[in-house]
Design a protein around this ligand. Structure first.
Ligand SMILES: [Zn+2]
Length: 466
């Protein structure tokens, strides 16, 4: 965000200082600032560069060891006047933040030249950032307008708006706090006025000084309460729509709290971390959904060979099956991420589905197929004892393979972790027939007979809910 300039630091404590030849002089004219903008860089004139030699200079703040002063409209060779919006669109970094902050102070000084009580000319207070009336003693402090930015969430989507006037890019619901109102009341009122929605579970996120509009912005996330039909106020907004995380179009710059909130929602795939956005105390616990599927057809499937941990490619038919699976998953519309076996056939299948859904794919070693030992790559029919070996749950497959219990152990651990790590989310596991069979027993009772007859077709999809 614009204020995130670490390791640099803006120090705004009040000091009585005189400008030095190298001090930055902030000259404003008609809402524009005298500056030089080159590729990504922003500079301000120094005292020695401006023609008027810094008349009526007022100390503003420092950034690290560089002092900034406010002075009257002036000229300097190589510098021109830029609006705050132009600077916002073209620059970044500590000097942009300095420009916004100087602008805020400039407007405050310009608005308070005379006493609001007796109309005498105000003077600078010697001890603090304030203007004081020499006639009646009236004192004025810098004015900062409180405003809220609201990320409204409903069923895994966030409410994205566009303003009718001004900023052209995506935004969130926003508005100023009224006198006599708490910030939470501002949130509820602004959302109601702009979109007709009731909200609940209002949670503070972060704040941001926004000197361009003399604001302090306070970001909140909340949930739509009940009916989430949007009734947009079209005098304020051009659009207001529910947006799934992967469809969010961010702002072109990373300056704003609004953008950070939209990005957080997108990057967490609509599941804000519970420490930032705890569920409402009366909300029913969210269910975790896990889909299991088996990879598309492979060359070894086509030849009817045993393919445990042996790597092999998908056939053309297998790729087509994966594409059909992607369509089915897209129609389900609820998959947040994909976990897949490290074996090529599962990975390729997962990639095809992920490309369609635009969700992340993570490899989990524990989803690899049962290690069939020396049965690997054997023609299925040439080893009649293979079927019998699959029923002996405590016996390892010959020549260094895994037992069924070993397989079940890692698959159960994987599902336990999914439940912890992705609680409330929907996860697709792209893996293998043997793994799907073991997974089925995690959720359902199965007799040995039912277990040995369980069959999962290529790219068949099974859904479980916990
Ligand atoms: Zn006065």
């Amino acid at each position: 965000m614009i204020q995130d300039i670490a390791p640099s630091r803006l120090n705004n404590s009040w000091q009585t200082k005189q400008p030095q030849p190298d001090s930055f002089m902030m000259c404003f004219h008609d809402g524009k600032l005298l500056a030089a903008v080159t590729d990504g860089g922003l500079r301000f004139p120094r005292l020695r560069e401006i023609n008027g030699q810094g008349k009526a200079a007022v100390y503003l703040f420092s950034v690290d060891d560089e002092d900034f002063f406010l002075t009257e409209t002036d000229e300097a060779d190589g510098y021109a006047y830029y609006s705050m919006r132009e600077l916002r669109d073209r620059c970044a970094g500590k000097y942009l933040y300095a420009a916004f902050t100087a602008f805020h102070l400039h407007l405050w000084y310009a608005d308070n030249r005379y006493c609001g009580i007796c109309r005498a000319e105000m003077q600078h207070d010697a001890a603090e950032r304030a203007l004081v009336c020499p006639e009646c003693g009236h004192k004025v402090y810098p004015r900062i307008n409180p405003a809220v930015i609201v990320g409204v969430i409903s069923r895994g989507r966030i409410l994205i708006t566009r303003y009718r006037r001004g900023y052209a890019h995506n935004a969130l619901v926003a508005g100023f706090t009224e006198i006599g109102e708490t910030l939470e009341e501002t949130v509820a009122r602004e959302v109601m006025e702009e979109t007709g929605l009731r909200v609940r579970n209002i949670r503070y996120y972060k704040s941001q000084p926004w000197g361009m509009a003399q604001d302090i912005l306070m970001g909140f996330f909340c949930e739509a309460d009940g009916d989430d039909t949007i009734r947009m106020d079209d005098s304020e907004l051009k659009s207001a729509v529910w947006c799934r995380p992967n469809a969010i179009e961010l702002q072109p710059q990373q300056h704003s709290l609004t953008n950070e909130m939209m990005q957080l929602f997108r990057d967490t795939n609509g599941h804000l971390p519970p420490e930032l956005f705890p569920p409402a105390p009366d909300a029913p616990p969210e269910k975790t959904r896990i889909y299991f599927t088996r990879h598309g057809e492979t060359t070894m499937n086509a030849e009817n060979h045993v393919s445990g941990i042996t790597d092999c490619a998908l056939t053309e038919n297998g790729i087509m099956q994966a594409e059909q699976l992607a369509e089915i998953c897209a129609a389900q519309g609820d998959i947040d991420l994909i976990l897949c076996s490290p074996l090529k056939r599962a990975h390729r299948t997962a990639e095809i589905v992920a490309a369609k859904l635009r969700v992340p794919v993570m490899t989990d070693e524990r989803l690899r197929e049962w290690d069939y030992g020396s049965y690997e790559d054997q023609p299925r029919d040439a080893a009649p004892e293979f079927q019998a070996a699959k029923r002996e749950f405590g016996v390892r497959m010959k020549d260094g393979g895994e037992s069924l219990l070993q397989l079940a152990h890692r698959v159960y651990c994987c599902i336990d972790d999914i439940r912890k790590q992705y609680a409330g989310m929907t996860v697709l596991c792209v893996c293998h027939g043997g793994v799907c069979r073991a997974a089925e027993t995690y959720f359902k009772d199965m007799t040995t007979d039912a277990f040995s007859h369980f069959f999962m077709g290529n790219c068949e999809l099974r859904r479980y809910e916990i």
